[in-house]
Design a protein around this ligand. Structure first.
Ligand code: MIG
Length: 679
């Protein structure tokens, strides 16, 4: 059951698609015997919701967030932030997903979940200040709270399905978006792109897409193509598409201020940019220098900006990634001048330990400064509102602009779209990538942990920068990361300018990469089918083991293995210099070992702890004892996937395969379920 509670006059975020009647929140509730939920709407007009956790309770949720699958023991702030260094101490990442579920393993029926539909900053203190206290705080008390309680005896999955129905069907990518993507910030021109394409081809490594980062634009101007570097994008698109490779350009949030640049001129003429209090256009320094932010909260602006994606689809482009939409601000004009004033003041000072470090941090704190988010306003259907009250909706509405426009630009064919920043609701228009991670072993694990949390919040199309974005990767790290990423819907190798080049062909024994990527392509019928079923039925593609084995308390603490779809369990290696790991099997399963482009062995294993060997050139995964999965023949791109020659793997009896043409915008009509049998 879902209860909707209204506090004050909330902003309508459009996170939720179901219309429900609001109720008054009971000030104190008894849940799970003794625990209390206390809500205070105090005189400072802030909102606080507290709950006493039992030692055994587990807190799930928060989507794209730091740390564990169980969120206990840290403080998280929903505040979309461009911060590329995801160390354990960070409280905010790029997305804001205010959904949490409190699971009582011993009394599962009393499990419940909450969605705080508030677009400004929300703090989730989950046992940080006090070990057993869960405290959610908002400075303002205008919001909706949705409380979800289970309708049947599978509380975890049931609550998620109810929540997902509340927020609407997840975005559906085209099937080619399940192929491998190669990306790097630093591909400068058409020849760089051709080199990547040819080297993958020479190496025989399957590939479906190459990403265009900011260098394809003229001076980082949205919807422009630098013809010095890309003499004919259209021809390049056609050339690569012959081999099934698609180009995916980036779009940034800020529009460069430059006379005669049409996007800027149109935005200025129609008053489509975010404004300061005095009515002038707010100026933010980003890639191209000074920019204006399109006011994506205004529906008119969305349809204007969205229509511009056609400039690129007219060149044959079928997918995009939206970046810098927290929005990231290098500096504001106000911030810059305030900083210089302060710096000048201390120029002649005798700086001591305190004042020196304060001064030094001045330049650093100029970027993504919260003060700047108070300096501009949105013209919404609900009035003019300061950005900081709606901060977390900016990336969502940029991506929504594209998603809404795609309905007319490409009515019959799904396009690829994913964003860096997001809020719940955006999951209907696009996926997300997990932002700028690093080439660190611990980020393989963080990647894995975010998957189920994101699925809870509706984000199914997701994946990390495989190999790590920042820092220098190593061959072994990349191989291990591939062995996880071949299971995630978004499977993209991406790295930052200035870091070690990390395309598969940069390393010795390229065949080891080839083999792992080939397994991905063999799995696409299964992955695509499980994705579509999860999207159409409001279920999770990746689940913590507890969701499937709630009575087995041994799995409660397992955060390095996941269920993938209804048949598979994955347990990747995420530590350096190891040739194996312990894996807990919650039931009897078949272990599959993949090596050198083929199945090396299959073996039935019994429930319990198993030490699993897995060399760098291998992938190991598990199929439930009573299940089977389909495998396609190896191919070099998704266009060549042959569904007529599926092989069956596993010891169960049958599998429900979802298929369609790979791009239909009406899968409920055009999709079909085929029952595959193990004969
Ligand atoms: O400030 O476009 O997260 O994927 O390569 C960096 C350059 C801007 C951040 C994105 C990253 C992308 C990079 N962008």
């Amino acid at each position: 059951m879902i209860q909707k509670y209204q506090f004050g006059a909330p902003f309508e975020t459009d996170a939720v698609v179901k219309k429900l009647q609001s109720n008054k929140y009971p000030t104190q509730t008894i849940v799970n015997g003794t625990t209390k939920i206390i809500l205070t709407e105090d005189k400072s007009h802030s909102f606080t919701w507290t709950y006493t956790l039992k030692d055994t309770d587990i807190v799930y949720g928060l989507g794209e967030a730091n740390r564990g699958i169980n969120k206990r023991g840290w403080i998280y702030k929903s505040w979309c932030t461009d911060d590329p260094v995801h160390t354990e101490n960070k409280e905010s990442l790029y997305g804001a997903h205010n959904f949490i579920m409190i699971y009582h393993p011993e009394t599962p029926d009393s499990t419940f979940a909450l969605f705080f539909d508030y677009p400004g900053k929300v703090t989730f203190d989950i046992g940080y200040t006090k070990t057993n206290e869960l405290k959610i705080q908002i400075e303002d008390n205008n919001l909706y709270v949705y409380e979800i309680t289970p309708d049947n005896s599978s509380p975890l999955t049931n609550i998620i399905t109810q929540f997902r129905a509340l927020i609407g069907q997840s975005y559906l990518p085209p099937r080619w978006a399940f192929g491998m993507g190669q990306s790097r910030w630093g591909y400068k021109n058409a020849n760089d792109i051709r080199t990547v394409y040819q080297k993958y081809k020479q190496a025989g490594i399957p590939l479906d897409s190459i990403y265009l980062d900011i260098d394809y634009m003229v001076n980082y101007k949205d919807f422009t193509i630098d013809t010095q570097k890309f003499p004919s994008l259209k021809d390049l698109v056609l050339e690569l598409k012959k081999d099934g490779v698609r180009l995916v350009p980036i779009i940034d949030a800020g529009v460069k201020i430059e006379e005669n640049y049409d996007i800027y001129e149109e935005g200025k003429t129609h008053d489509f940019f975010c404004k300061r209090k005095d009515g002038t256009n707010f100026v933010a320094g980003v890639w191209p220098g000074k920019t204006h932010f399109p006011d994506f909260l205004n529906p008119e602006v969305r349809s204007w900006f969205g229509s511009k994606y056609k400039i690129l689809t007219d060149e044959g482009i079928e997918g995009f990634w939206n970046d810098m939409n927290e929005p990231a601000i290098f500096y504001s004009e106000e911030g810059l001048s305030e900083t210089f004033t302060k710096l000048k003041e201390c120029e002649k000072e005798n700086l001591d330990i305190k004042s020196f470090f304060q001064t030094r941090s001045l330049m650093h704190s100029i970027s993504n400064n919260e003060k700047d988010y108070k300096r501009f306003y949105h013209k919404t259907t609900q009035g003019i509102i300061c950005h900081d009250k709606l901060h977390n909706l900016f990336g969502y509405n940029m991506t929504r602009a594209a998603g809404e426009a795609f309905k007319t630009i490409s009515p019959d064919k799904r396009l690829l779209m994913f964003s860096r920043s997001s809020y719940i609701g955006m999951h209907r228009y696009g996926g997300i990538w997990m932002g700028d991670n690093q080439s660190w072993w611990q980020h393989i694990l963080l990647n894995l942990k975010m998957l189920p949390s994101l699925n809870m919040c509706g984000f199914l199309y997701t994946g990390a920068d495989t190999g790590g974005f920042g820092g220098n990767t190593t061959r072994d790290l990349l191989l291990r990361w591939y062995a996880l990423s071949i299971f995630t819907p978004l499977f993209r190798n991406h790295s930052a300018l200035g870091t070690r080049e990390q395309e598969c062909y940069q390393f010795e024994q390229t065949n080891d990469f080839k083999s792992i990527v080939q397994l991905r392509y063999r799995l696409i019928p299964y992955l695509y089918s499980e994705y579509m079923k999860a999207a159409l039925n409001n279920t999770m593609m990746f689940r913590p083991l507890t969701f499937d084995y709630p009575k087995d308390f041994r799995v409660l603490e397992i955060e390095d293995q996941l269920m993938l779809g209804n048949e598979i369990m994955i347990a990747p290696i995420y530590t350096q210099n190891t040739r194996g790991r312990y894996v807990y099997l919650p039931e009897n399963m078949t272990k599959i070992v993949w090596q050198d482009g083929e199945i090396l062995s299959t073996k039935s294993l019994t429930k319990g702890d198993n030490y699993i060997e897995c060399d760098l050139n291998q992938v190991v995964f598990f199929i439930k004892g009573n299940a089977i999965i389909p495998l396609a023949p190896i191919c070099n791109c998704t266009d060549k996937l042959d569904y007529s020659k599926l092989e069956i793997l596993g010891e169960g009896a049958s599998y429900e395969l979802y298929t369609d043409n790979g791009f239909t915008t009406n899968p409920k009509k055009d999709g079909m379920i085929r029952i595959l049998k193990n004969t």
